[in-house]
Design a protein. Structure first.
Length: 132
């Protein structure tokens, strides 16, 4: 009985210690974003992060009074974007963009990107709505 108690305690300790030393890789999906309607805004790229699990474009938007707001657009992973022609340099800092997507449910300046059009008129493909 002592041996069994010792084994169960040792197993539990290893499990707990292992979980404390390794990062959790949870995926939140798109639950933080509205299911519709989409919004479209114009802005200027300040950062582009071509990283897993989601690529992110940071951009500034000026309102009608000239105030600048910082926005963030979340996209799918690079492994889904590369087949559509994306690279780490697809969005350059200072690039003027028109960006569409589903806004954050909490009202923050964030959206799940569905479409980006560059100032040249080139549309950067993100895939269909089936990726929602």
């Amino acid at each position: 009985m002592k041996n069994r108690l010792f084994m169960v305690t040792a197993f539990a300790a290893v499990f707990v210690l292992n979980s404390l030393t390794k990062p959790a890789y949870a995926h939140h999906g798109w639950a933080a974003f509205s299911a519709g309607p989409q919004i479209t805004i114009k802005g200027t790229v300040t950062e582009f992060h071509f990283v897993n699990p989601h690529s992110v474009v940071e951009f500034q938007v000026k309102d009608e009074k000239g105030r600048v707001a910082e926005w963030e657009g979340e996209m799918t992973s690079p492994s889904h974007l590369v087949p559509r022609g994306w690279t780490a340099t697809s969005l350059e800092i200072g690039e003027k963009i028109t960006i569409s997507g589903y806004p954050a449910k909490n009202g923050s300046h964030a959206l799940r990107v569905t479409k980006i059009v560059l100032s040249s008129g080139k549309e950067l493909r993100l895939g269909g709505d089936s990726e929602r």
